[in-house]
Write a protein that binds this ligand. Structure first.
Ligand code: FRU
Length: 493
């Protein structure tokens, strides 16, 4: 059985004919988006024949989630992206209600996708793992023997009703796939399967299981070796709040430790939330030819209001910046991909600006696609507040309190209200940030309706916002005294 080309042609024709109707007001400049419609998780992120390919969960026909297709884009530099035709659509009995998340791998020059076939029969969900292959990286044929992993391999190790998001990789001479499921007590579980040929798959182990505080289901696992550690990243639903961590209804977590390949178990040494923003979910990584581990996530959250949908703009969702990963002291740390820096055009640079009682205002540093680097000496300060894109009394607020070592980002009262399924309205989040020599260093990447913060090389925060009026001012104020050692602004294009 192969993909019915005529059907996928119709999808692509619909996109080509309708994408002109998308309202561009909140559209990004350098983040991946679909040409029209809804997107969620990044899928099949892979470096293939000299280019980065990124697929994504896609519903082209509305700005709401619906029967999942795989959208597709590619890039040479992770900054400039080209839309490609839709790669997968739900058109077989085993994936009739959706081609859910999955991953990609190259073998003998061909590109293979492994994805979840989502089927609903009599209101009951069944999920299996399926494969497709391409010789040109654009047109895919589904395997004749799909699904390749189903109930008979899962047995009682997981639930066939929640069994999804295969991430495929090679280790020694075998192919492996980590797949999310849950136990009968509703605890998240990651299963490990192996194959010698990508066609026939065997169960290996329960790689990791959560405890009852760690969520009712785990989604989108990814396992990789980095800086001497084995790292499992994944996205639990309803992991319980703990200090500043896990305030979103769905979170993303890095488990760091050592794989025991004899038993197929991950021996966890530490785990923590990956991003402290309100819009970050289901990240996926690739390793490129230089051995860099690069991660991209969906920059949105489940069960939130989405202004681009509510306003009828005909699109919803984007990806985060590509980030290079490293392990430091058993923590996963992120920095913007070097490609991003290659595309920053510096506009202005200031040094040694004293901050005292009077706020300091910059009125020409804010644009739709801006980069800001802010380095502040807080030796004599109790608190720093940076108001970004101030318009009248409204701004995005970045705040650091020296005593509590707490960094807060707030979008309260700014632009369209975004509300969600969290027990209380979530409009700001905080994280602990330790200063080195009393210095706070923030790198801020703003694209039209998103802001990503990289703070002191320790913490990232990814957030969306939808301003009513374009705010122009960047305002610094301090309790005590401080010194802006460096302020650099640039455009990204
Ligand atoms: C995560 C997720 C996946 C699933 C996909 C469906 O955001 O729920 O588990 O495969 O989205 O679109």
């Amino acid at each position: 059985m192969t993909i019915k080309q005529s059907e996928i042609e119709k999808v692509n024709q619909y996109i080509a004919e309708n994408q002109k109707n998308v309202d561009s007001k909140y559209r990004h400049h350098y983040h991946v988006m679909a040409p029209i419609g809804w997107i969620n998780d990044p899928n099949g992120f892979v470096f293939y024949q000299g280019e980065y390919h990124l697929f994504y969960q896609y519903h082209p026909y509305s700005s709401d989630w619906g029967p999942m297709h795989w959208g597709h884009s590619k890039s040479k530099d992770l900054v400039h992206w080209e839309d490609l035709p839709v790669a997968l659509m739900p058109d077989q009995a085993y994936d009739k209600d959706g081609c859910f998340s999955g991953s990609a791998i190259e073998k003998d020059g061909k590109l293979y996708l492994m994805y979840t076939g989502h089927v609903i029969n009599d209101d009951v969900v069944f999920q299996t793992q399926c494969m497709a292959v391409s010789e040109d990286g654009i047109h895919f044929e589904k395997f004749e023997n799909n699904p390749v992993i189903s109930a008979k391999q899962v047995e009682s190790y997981g639930s066939i009703h929640d069994f999804r998001d295969p991430k495929i990789f090679q280790h020694d001479d075998l192919y492996y796939s980590v797949i999310a499921t849950k136990s009968s007590e509703n605890r998240g579980r990651i299963l490990l399967f192996s194959s010698i040929d990508l066609i026939s798959w065997q169960f290996v182990s329960i790689l990791l299981e959560g405890d009852e505080s760690q969520g009712i289901m785990w989604e989108c696992p990814d396992l990789f070796h980095l800086d001497g550690k084995d790292v499992l990243i994944m996205s639990p639903i309803q992991i319980q709040k703990q200090g500043f961590e896990y305030h979103n209804i769905s979170s993303t977590v890095a488990f760091i430790g050592q794989m025991d390949w004899q038993t197929g178990k991950l021996l966890v040494e530490n785990y923590h939330e990956i991003d402290f923003g309100m819009d970050f979910y289901a990240p996926q990584t690739l390793e490129d030819e230089q051995g860099r581990r690069i991660m991209i996530a969906w920059m949105q959250m489940w069960d939130r209001t989405r202004p681009t949908h509510d306003l009828g703009h005909q699109w919803s969702g984007a990806m985060t910046l590509p980030r290079e990963l490293a392990i430091r002291d058993n923590f996963l740390v992120q920095s913007p991909s070097h490609f991003i820096y290659d595309n920053i055009k510096i506009q202005a640079q200031y040094q040694n600006i004293p901050l005292k009682a009077e706020p300091v205002v910059f009125s020409d540093l804010i644009d739709d696609a801006t980069y800001l680097k802010i380095v502040v000496d807080l030796r004599s300060a109790q608190q720093l507040e940076i108001r970004y894109a101030q318009h009248l009394e409204s701004a995005l607020i970045l705040q650091y309190n020296v005593d509590s070592q707490c960094f807060t980002f707030s979008r309260a009262n700014f632009g369209h209200l975004i509300s969600g399924n969290e027990p209380e309205l979530l409009v700001e989040r905080s994280a602990e940030v330790l200063l080195k020599n009393q210095i706070l260093e923030i790198e801020l990447f703003r694209d039209t309706s998103s802001i990503e913060l990289f703070i002191n090389g320790q913490v990232t925060m990814s957030n969306t916002f939808y301003e009513h009026e374009k705010g122009k001012d960047l305002i610094f104020s301090v309790e005590g005294e401080a010194n802006i050692l460096e302020l650099i602004s640039g455009n990204i294009n």
